[in-house]
Design a protein around this ligand. Structure first.
Ligand code: NAP
Length: 305
């Protein structure tokens, strides 16, 4: 019987574990399908405080994990597949076993939606990115493309104009889904050129050469063309990893809803929420870590510790 089981192993989960383990709570971290979370898919992180020379995403996660383990948290490479959260103990069935706990912190994160192109995952961190805030600064005076037509794509394109010499925004339709204000900003920015009615069909390049360009296909006549770009940013939405939480309240996109705005409590006693499975606005390692800290403090207080 654990006092806290933390689902997830990104910055929210590991920060929560640092706090609960340090508060002497018997803590188990269940790493999930993507141990370390989205940070393990990026290369250098330059905006996490405390690392003036930057730090590699996987290294940052490893350091957080080490810090949590130092205080006695247990870490298992296992994934929750079914949960029963009401009452005590709470039961968590995993791929390998079943765990019982007094409290649960859900920090399962979100995954970026991908185009599902053959070498897309190989090129992550080598020209393909899912986060302009994280990787934009690597494209100073370079040509980049953003794919998507929603607020994220608009926001990423605008952010990238700070660095890149040219930003192509590639959208599969002839109308953006983004809010009017974001559309206006995109349309009036001289550095952004929208390529309407096109999808990305192929990524040209390899880990060795990095991304060299992309092949685009017209959704109107099927014609193909190549576009030389140094970077491609995917902004076609995120999917929160919340499928197994049937007892909790979610919004229409599947994000978990806290019982009270700005707090980590869920609608179920002893269940706390943190990070990108709740937050689709900030989505930063540092904000996720902050949410993890909040959840751990709320959890420890709920347990009377
Ligand atoms: P989104 O609104 O779901 O937009 C996703 C975009 O990607 C859509 O334009 C969609 O095209 C396109 N898309 C999806 N799958 C694709 C594929 N396989 N190939 C090519 N294009 C594809 O996602 P989001 O932009 O991440 O926004 C999510 C939520 O967060 C929204 O509610 C948004 O308002 C909010 N948000 C707000 C802000 C802000 O206020 N500043 C910033 C970011 C996000 P179609 O349009 O053709 O479907």
């Amino acid at each position: 019987m654990y006092e806290v089981v933390i689902l997830g192993s990104g910055p929210a989960a590991l920060t929560a574990a640092i706090y609960t383990a340090r508060a002497n709570l018997k803590t188990l971290i269940l790493a999930g399908n993507q141990p370390g979370g989205q940070l393990t898919l990026t290369t250098e992180v330059e905006n996490f405080p405390g690392f003036p020379d930057g730090v590699l995403g996987p290294e940052l996660i490893e350091l957080m994990k080490k810090q949590a383990l130092r205080f006695g948290a247990e870490y298992k490479y296992d994934t929750a597949v079914e949960v029963s959260l009401k009452g005590t103990p709470k039961r968590i069935k995993t791929q390998e076993s079943e765990y019982h706990t007094q409290a649960v912190i859900i920090a399962t994160g979100a995954r970026s939606r991908y185009l599902d192109l053959p070498n897309e995952k190989e090129l992550l961190g080598y020209g393909v990115s899912t986060c302009a805030t994280c990787d934009g600064a690597f494209y100073r005076n370079k040509v980049v493309a953003v794919v998507g037509g929603g607020d994220s794509a608009a926001e990423e394109s605008l952010f990238l104009t700070r660095f890149a010499s040219k930003v192509y925004l590639i959208h599969r339709r002839d109308k953006l889904r983004a809010s009017q204000i974001m559309q206006d900003r995109v349309l009036s920015n001289e550095k952004i050129e929208i390529i309407w009615n096109h999808t990305v069909e192929k990524l040209i390049g390899s880990k060795e050469t990095k991304l060299q360009g992309i092949e685009l296909k017209s959704t109107l006549d099927g014609s193909l063309r190549e576009l030389k770009v140094d970077g491609l940013f995917l902004a076609i939405g995120h999917v929160p990893n919340t499928e197994i939480f049937h007892e909790l309240e979610k919004d229409q996109l599947g994000y978990l809803i806290p019982a009270q705005m700005g707090r980590s409590y869920s609608s179920i006693e002893g269940v706390f929420l943190a990070g990108d499975c709740v937050d689709h606005h900030y989505r930063q390692a540092i904000t996720a870590a902050g949410f993890g800290c909040m959840a751990a403090i709320d959890c420890a207080r709920w347990l009377g510790k």
